[in-house]
Design a protein around this ligand. Structure first.
Ligand SMILES: [Fe+2]
Ligand SMILES: [Fe+2]
Length: 148
């Protein structure tokens, strides 16, 4: 599995979790449970993606800016997750915050898949794409286990 397929597999999990989060009823524990799952998924993905994708891309002049941009967005998403943690899941305030976070995630995944992957594809060798894919999967599994 090359790095792009590996990243897209994680992105699909995030999309499923954001859809479940927004569909969860105000009462009960589902919102909190799904939120924690999404948080663990996001944190592990961001770190593994930075280590196995963006760090190698910093080596190339044409992919420095996109790497900076993506890492800045990871930070913004972390802050949105942190803000949401302090809000009662039954409130409209939580709903607004969850919607904003999910929209931000979708924007970020779309930008990576539709724009950054093509640019990265030009600078990484075929061998690198394969080996980074393996590195990402191992790194993600390791980090996710710690988060869960
Ligand atoms: Fe990302
Ligand atoms: Fe990503």
């Amino acid at each position: 599995m090359n790095i792009f397929h590996a990243l897209i597999a994680s992105h699909q999990t995030q999309r499923e979790l954001t859809a479940s989060l927004l569909a969860a009823p105000a009462e009960g524990k589902d919102r909190h449970r799904i939120f924690l799952e999404l948080k663990a998924e996001l944190v592990a993905h961001e770190t593994a993606e930075e280590r196995c994708f963006y760090v190698p891309l910093f080596e190339h002049d044409t992919t420095v800016d996109l790497s900076r941009h993506a890492i800045a967005e990871h930070h913004q998403m972390d802050e949105m997750v942190e803000d949401l943690e302090g809000i009662d899941t039954r409130t409209p305030e939580w709903e607004a915050g969850a919607k904003k976070l999910c929209e931000k995630i979708e924007h970020h995944l779309g930008e990576e898949e539709n724009k950054f992957f093509a640019q990265a594809g030009q600078v990484l060798t075929e061998e690198q794409k394969e080996s980074l894919g393996r590195d990402y999967e191992a790194e993600f599994a390791n980090l996710h286990e710690r988060e869960a």
